[in-house]
Design a protein around this ligand. Structure first.
Ligand SMILES: Cc1ncc(COP(=O)(O)O)c(C=O)c1O
Length: 469
């Protein structure tokens, strides 16, 4: 063991050096020439393992650096890293209290706190929840509870002839399609409702779509709102959609995988106004809370619903009726083996406190606003979407007039060129017909001058690419 600990320490020290490039882009074809990926009959020695682990880290984009803007998370979280390492060390399993006593109670406390932030738990009511592998699984379970409430017999009898129909906005994450596929709803029966110019689902369009579906003899059962859409960070309007859900007895889920942490901030929590009216809620700790993947939760205000929907089986050998039976969280999950993700989330929440998350969001929102102001003041950069949260989507436009196809090609080239130069790692995204550079502000260490440097780099790269073409 000691030799592995030594190797780990050496690799970690090297990995955390400040002068690493954010990424070392390389094609799969070239990477196969450098690293020996083959597995064989004979085992390899520790040196070979060390080399492979080191090569793994060399080509791994470094999401901890301030120049990493590509994904909905960035930065290093030392308390959470400690939790992740200890979790691997213990190899705990979260199906039963017996197999993870401490992490089970940590998960319960986390679920209590998340529910309080949403408003599912207060002096008169108590919400429920279970940690899951990510927002995609949280959205799946949200839709599964909705299906179970609409048609409880499906759990045992399987699909019926009744056509179930689900609704999300045209800006919703693709995990809705995966859920509709997995649950036998069919992706054709997941309706993408129009969003407005701010990227928010239009309640009038939702009402029309629900009534159209009923007129066709179908059964609407699920409305999935998004809190923080993936591309522009829009927040769908909850109260108006709740009224529609109530009118037709439809389950209302909120996908807060990205935007939910805004609830920590007194200044910005208004973006999720009315979220306590939802039936269920998805929240990723591995995005803005910056806990290493994977850590997420699905929450619901309906006690018992998770267990009714997901529970069943395992009574013969795993879920014993002992004095701790009430603490066996596995019956609320669709998994059997489940990692103790609670530890890293709990340690990092303990270290930061609610105030730490609130300060992070307020600071990043201020930096975001400065970034938007700089873009708006620039003659070459143009915002192409709203920016209510921590996403900034903008387009570089040269002096000569280009059509949208040409602008798309140019902005994609800017992202690729900057990455290839070992500079900032940004990505491009399409929103309402236009393609631009998507910047995600998620790293607590980001400073205004990092953003100014990035925008200047975009302009410089755009100018030289435009000149060369
Ligand atoms: C709005 C939204 N929902 C859900 C997801 C999926 O989350 P996960 O990657 O944790 O499955 C994402 C991922 O980016 C997202 O942006």
């Amino acid at each position: 063991m000691q030799q592995y600990l030594n190797i780990f320490q050496q690799l970690a020290t090297q990995y955390f050096r400040q002068d690493r490039a954010v990424s070392e882009p390389i094609s799969a074809k070239d990477l196969k020439k450098i690293i020996d990926f083959s597995l064989g009959f004979e085992g390899a020695d520790v040196e070979a393992l060390k080399q492979a682990a080191s090569q793994y880290l060399t080509y791994q984009p470094d999401s901890a650096q301030v120049d990493f803007f590509k994904l909905l998370y960035s930065g290093r979280n030392d308390p959470a890293l400690l939790g992740d390492w200890v979790t691997s060390l213990s190899n705990a399993n979260m199906h039963t209290y017996q197999m993870s006593p401490v992490a089970t109670l940590m998960e319960q406390e986390l679920i209590h706190q998340w529910n309080r932030l949403i408003g599912f738990t207060n002096d008169s009511k108590t919400g429920d929840g279970i940690m899951v592998s990510g927002g995609s699984q949280a959205n799946l379970i949200g839709m599964m509870m909705a299906r179970h409430r609409a048609c409880p017999e499906l759990k045992t009898a399987g699909m019926s002839a009744q056509k179930l129909v689900a609704f999300v906005s045209d800006q919703a994450h693709y995990s809705g399609q995966k859920a509709a596929n997995l649950l036998g709803i069919g992706t054709d029966n997941l309706i993408a409702v129009a969003s407005d110019s701010e990227g928010r689902l239009c309640p009038d369009a939702l009402l029309e779509a629900v009534e159209h579906s009923i007129a066709q003899g179908h059964k609407p059962f699920y409305i999935g709102l998004t809190a923080g859409t993936t591309v522009v960070g829009a927040f769908d309007p909850v109260p108006k959609c709740r009224a529609i859900a109530d009118k037709y007895n439809i389950w209302l889920h909120i996908d807060g995988a990205w935007g939910a942490p805004v609830l920590f901030s007194k200044t910005h929590r208004h973006l999720l106004k009315g979220c306590e009216l939802a039936d269920s809620f998805a929240w990723d700790a591995h995005k803005l809370m910056n806990v290493p993947l994977t850590a997420a939760v699905v929450l619901t205000r309906h006690q018992g619903m998770l267990e009714q929907t997901c529970g069943g089986g395992g009574g013969d050998y795993l879920f014993h009726s002992d004095e701790n039976a009430a603490y066996n969280l596995g019956q609320k999950s669709i998994q059997c083996g489940r990692r103790a993700d609670a530890l890293k989330v709990w340690l990092s929440w303990k270290a930061m406190g609610n105030k730490g998350f609130s300060d992070k969001i307020d600071r990043l929102q201020d930096i975001k606003q400065g970034c938007v102001n700089t873009i708006n003041a620039s003659s070459q950069l143009h915002m192409i979407g709203p920016s209510p949260y921590l996403n900034v989507l903008f387009q570089y436009r040269p002096e000569v007039s280009l059509n949208e196809v040409e602008l798309r090609a140019l902005n994609i080239s800017i992202c690729k060129t900057m990455q290839a130069q070992g500079g900032a790692f940004v990505d491009y995204a399409k929103y309402q017909g236009q393609t631009g550079i998507r910047l995600i502000l998620a790293n607590s260490d980001t400073q205004t001058n990092d953003i100014e440097r990035l925008l200047e780099h975009c302009i410089k790269t755009g100018d030289s690419l435009a000149k060369a073409s």
